[in-house]
Design a protein around this ligand. Structure first.
Ligand code: NAP
Length: 315
C-alpha cells in the first residue's frame, strides 16, 4: 500500500516535470519560430556592435545589415574591421552604410570612451549590441589570475557594457525607440567555480539588463540579456555540435527575440534553454561540485599546454 503510494507520487512528480518542460519548450519554439521578430529597422538607422569582427558580434553585424540596418563595427583590430566592412558592403543591401571605430575595450578609459562617443553620437542609433567580452584562458582558481587579467576582464565585460549603454541611451530616449542587447552567458546563472570573475561579470550584466529594461521599456527602450551556453567561436574554443551552434546559427535565432521587453533574460537556442531548465532542477550541492570537477579537468589540460609551450620556448 505504502509502496504503491510512493510509486504514484513519483510518477506524478515525473509527469508534472515532463509537462512543465514540454510547456516551456512549446513557448520557446513559438517565440523563436512563429512569433514575428520586431522590425528593428524602425528603431533607428544604425546598429552599434562591440566586438564585431568575429564570433557572435560579427554574426550580429551581418544579420542586422541583412535587415537593412546600417552598422557601426567596433573592435580592436583595424584590418579585421576593414574586412568585415567590405564583406557587408559587398552584399549591397539597399541603404546600408558601414563604418567602424578601432577601440581596445581592455583600455576603455575616458579618452577611448570619448573617441567612440564622438563617432556614434551624431548617428540615429536604434540597436546597441554589447557583445565584446573576455573569459579566462582556461578555468583557474581566482588567485592564479594575474592582476592584469583581473582588471582586463572587469574593464572589457563590465565597463564596456555600462559606458556604451550610457552613450546611446539619451538618443534612444529622445526618440523613444531603441533596443539594447547585452550578451551575457549561461555562466551567470549558476555557481561557477573555476570561472568566478567571468561568471560574476556576466551576473552583473544580467542584473544590470533587468533593471535597465524595467526602467526604460515603458519609454520605448528595451534592454535584453542574452545568455548562451557554448557557441562555436574562438573564445569558446569549441567545435560545432548538437549543443554548440555556430555564431551564425545562434544569432539567426537570437535576433528574433530582440526588442521583446517581456523576455528580458533569454537563452535563444532551444537546446541551450533545455539544458538550463534541466540544470535548474538540480540542487546546488550536486551541480556545483560537478561544475568544479569539470572545470578542474579543463584547468589541468590548460596547464599541461602552458607547460609544453614554455618547454618549447626554452629549446
Ligand atoms: N562563445 C561562447 O561559447 C560564449 C558563450 C557565452 C557567452 N559568450 C559571450 O559572447 C561574447 C562574444 O564572444 P565570442 O565567443 O563571439 O568571441 P570571439 O569569437 O572571440 O570574438 C570576440 C570579438 O571581440 C573582439 N575583441 C576581443 N578583445 C577585444 C578588445 N580588447 N577590444 C575590442 N574588441 C575586442 C574581437 O576582435 P579581434 O578580432 O580584434 O580580437 C572579436 O571581434 C562575449 O561577451 C562572451 O563572453 C560567448
Amino acid at each position: 500500500m505504502v509502496d504503491s503510494t510512493i510509486e504514484t507520487a513519483a510518477v506524478a512528480i515525473v509527469g508534472l516535470f515532463a509537462l512543465n518542460l514540454a510547456g516551456k519548450a512549446l513557448l520557446h519554439v513559438y517565440k523563436t519560430f512563429l512569433r514575428p521578430g520586431k522590425n528593428l529597422k524602425k528603431l533607428g538607422k544604425w546598429a552599434v556592435i562591440t566586438g564585431a569582427t568575429d564570433g557572435i558580434g560579427k554574426a550580429y553585424a551581418l544579420a542586422l545589415a541583412k535587415k537593412g540596418i546600417s552598422i557601426v563595427l567596433i573592435s580592436r583590430t583595424e584590418a579585421k574591421l576593414q574586412d568585415v566592412k567590405k564583406e557587408i558592403e559587398e552584399k549591397k543591401y539597399e541603404g546600408v552604410e558601414v563604418s567602424y571605430v578601432v577601440c581596445d575595450y581592455s583600455k576603455f578609459d575616458k579618452a577611448a570612451q570619448a573617441k567612440v562617443e564622438k563617432a556614434i553620437k551624431p548617428l540615429d542609433v536604434g540597436v546597441l549590441v554589447n557583445n565584446v567580452g573576455v573569459s579566462y584562458r582556461y578555468p583557474m582558481y581566482f588567485h592564479e589570475l594575474t592582476d592584469d587579467e583581473v582588471q582586463n576582464l572587469m574593464t572589457m565585460n563590465i565597463d564596456s557594457t555600462v559606458w556604451m549603454t550610457r552613450m546611446v541611451l539619451p538618443g534612444m530616449l529622445e526618440k523613444k525607440s531603441g533596443a539594447i542587447v547585452n550578451i551575457s552567458s549561461a555562466s551567470a546563472l549558476y555557481t561557477l567555480p573555476g570561472l568566478a570573475e567571468y561568471s560574476g561579470s556576466k551576473g552583473f550584466i544580467e542584473k544590470f539588463s533587468r533593471a535597465i529594461n524595467a526602467e526604460y521599456s515603458s519609454k520605448g527602450v528595451t534592454c535584453q540579456c542574452q545568455a548562451p551556453f557554448y557557441v562555436a567561436t574562438k573564445l569558446a574554443k569549441m567545435r560545432k555540435s548538437l549543443m554548440v551552434p555556430t555564431a551564425t546559427e545562434f544569432v539567426s535565432l537570437a535576433i528574433k527575440w530582440v526588442g521583446y521587453s517581456a523576455d528580458c533574460v533569454v537563452s535563444p537556442f532551444l537546446l541551450h534553454a533545455f539544458q538550463g531548465w534541466v540544470m535548474d532542477i538540480l540542487p546546488e550541492f550536486i551541480l556545483t561540485p560537478q561544475i568544479m570537477s569539470m572545470h578542474m579537468a579543463t584547468r589541468k589540460r590548460g596547464q599541461k599546454k602552458d607547460a609544453l609551450k614554455a618547454a618549447e620556448k626554452k629549446d
